[in-house]
Design a protein around this ligand. Structure first.
Ligand code: CP
Length: 309
């Protein structure tokens, strides 16, 4: 059987996605009951490569490995030199004979594709310029926590940049039968090429692109925010902040949404830039439970990919 990677939501079979959620919820229920999870990753090691900073992804993967009885090795980009000191293919071949899984956070998505092409152990995308599928798992769980496991017909309004997080969320919405609305300033929408790719994987996805955030949230069950300036875009910060000024998630925008609508943010948040303190700390916010779900989602993912769950 070919090794199962987790590079994008789109390339992950639906039954694998559903299994990840099932296992994540089982493991979370055990943890919340004060029980230890079975050591299903005992004797297994995850190599973690970071080309960019991380809090949630780093800690959640390490903690997930600990709670499932395994180990992790964390390496920053200078140590590995992925694509500089050594090709991704060579790195994958070396690690395939030493550890049991590779998790990588990279600038260029292609590096993940190159790792996965030759790796005989699972490769996990911990964020690339194209997608952030691990984040989308936790985001889906945050919505399931609120609305139940069946999210069919629910609407996610993503207000902000049509970036890697938006790509993964759009496909996740398609996989879960949700509607996906993107509200972005002109020029910052998901590109036509990526939209075509998303629709090729999710032909039934109801995806709408709007330029007015108020219109976008009117029927939303969840509003989603992300930074306007992602890692690597720092030189564009002033231009981006000006372009996104009217896309802030604030009390006025949240008041335009239905009363049951929740607010999500993948974090880190630039408070009072893309989201106000009053919203992120307010009653509609599920931002911190969403972040905590990174741990549970990672456990489900690792258990399925590396533990045979
Ligand atoms: N949301 C997210 O991926 O957080 P980190 O960058 O801290 O891992």
């Amino acid at each position: 059987m070919p090794v199962q990677h987790f590079i994008t939501v789109a390339e992950t079979p639906v039954d694998t996605l559903m299994r990840i959620f099932d296992v994540a919820y089982e493991l979370r229920a055990e943890r919340e009951a004060g029980k230890r999870n079975a050591p299903m990753l005992a004797g297994k090691t995850l190599a973690m490569i970071f080309e960019k900073p991380s809090l949630r992804t780093n800690v959640s993967f390490q903690q997930a490995m600990i709670e499932l009885g395994g180990h992790s090795i964390v390496m920053v980009s200078e140590q590995v030199g992925l694509g500089k000191r050594e090709s991704p293919a060579d790195v994958a071949q070396v690690l395939s004979g030493m550890v049991h899984g590779i998790m990588a956070r990279v600038f260029e998505h292609q590096k993940l594709v190159d790792l996965a092409a030759v790796s005989t152990i699972p490769v996990i995308n911990a964020l690339s310029d194209f997608s952030h599928p691990c984040q989308a798992l936790a985001d889906a769980m945050a919505m399931m926590d609120e609305f139940g496991r069946d999210l069919k017909g629910r609407t996610l309004a993503y207000v902000g940049d049509g970036n890697n997080v938006a790509h993964s969320l759009a496909v996740m919405c398609g996989r879960l039968g949700m509607n996906f609305i993107l509200a972005s300033p002109p020029g910052y929408e998901i590109t036509q090429e990526v939209t075509d790719t998303i629709m090729s994987y999710c032909p039934d996805l109801n995806m709408q692109v709007m330029s007015d955030p108020m219109d976008a949230v009117r029927y939303a069950d969840a509003i989603y925010a992300d930074t306007w300036v992602s890692m690597g875009q720092e030189t564009e910060a002033a231009i981006r902040k000006a372009a996104f000024e009217s896309f802030q998630i604030n009390d006025k925008l949240v008041a335009a949404a239905p009363k049951h609508c929740i607010v999500l943010h993948c974090l880190p948040a630039y408070r009072n830039i893309e989201i106000t303190d009053s919203v992120i700390d307010g009653p509609r916010s599920r931002v911190f439970p969403q972040a905590h779900n990174r741990l549970h989602a990672q456990k489900g993912l690792l258990a399925v990919l590396m533990g045979g769950a």
